[in-house]
Design a protein around this ligand. Sequence first.
Ligand code: ATP
Ligand code: MG
Length: 221
Amino acid sequence: MSEPLLEARGVTRSVWDGDREATILHDVSLTIEAGERLALLGPSGCGKSTLLHILGGLDADYQGSVRVAGTALEGLSDRELAALRNGTLGFVFQSYNLLGHLSALDNVLLPARFGANGAEPARAVRILEELGLGDKVRRRPATLSGGERQRVAIARALYSRPKVVLCDEPTGNLDRETASEILDLFNRLTAEGVALLVATHDDAIAHTAHRTIRLLGGRLR
Ligand SMILES: Nc1ncnc2c1ncn2[C@@H]1O[C@H](COP(=O)(O)OP(=O)(O)OP(=O)(O)O)[C@@H](O)[C@H]1O
Ligand SMILES: [Mg+2]
């Protein structure tokens, strides 16, 4: 068996909700190996986004341990975490998190502009083309549809050739045909050895995943 690319042990996350502490993730453990496609299911509010943010190094306020490609997230400096997010990890946000004043292409290239290897616009254009946005690379997010913005967010996550890709509802705003193209893309990624975790309500993603896990009230079922 290969080394897990993503490993969470006993992840628990509590928040202050008014005057009381509420636990929104309870003791969550999971592993994902290279080439594995895992669907994270569960009703709205069960903790999917919370878990993905922790696994993606975007929220450090948890108990438990997370390893990404062999590196423990706990104890990494902000700079080391940023480097990991910029190289090893790809994250597709539920809310896209695109910058409004930048074109689709510049949104894809933005993380690379901060990285050590420099930006390769031609490759970013190729990824956008692959996602059906070849004629829209110069557009700003405000002039794109929700599904188009979502595809820009996916392109941005894939640009750095990450080993681990975390997607929060990546097909939530896509029609069936575009969603199935995204599914094909996911299949190709995992065939190349990427570990993919997708939080979704989309049955098609759940059915084509290698494994599904289900959260209910912050616990894995
Ligand atoms: N900072 C916070 N303070 C208080 N409650 C929070 C905080 N962040 C998340 N929650 C609560 O934790 C629960 C889990 O939220 P989360 O966004 O992870 O759900 P989700 O499974 O992604 O839902 P959806 O399918 O609607 O995207 C929700 O009840 C939410 O209101
Ligand atoms: Mg969510």
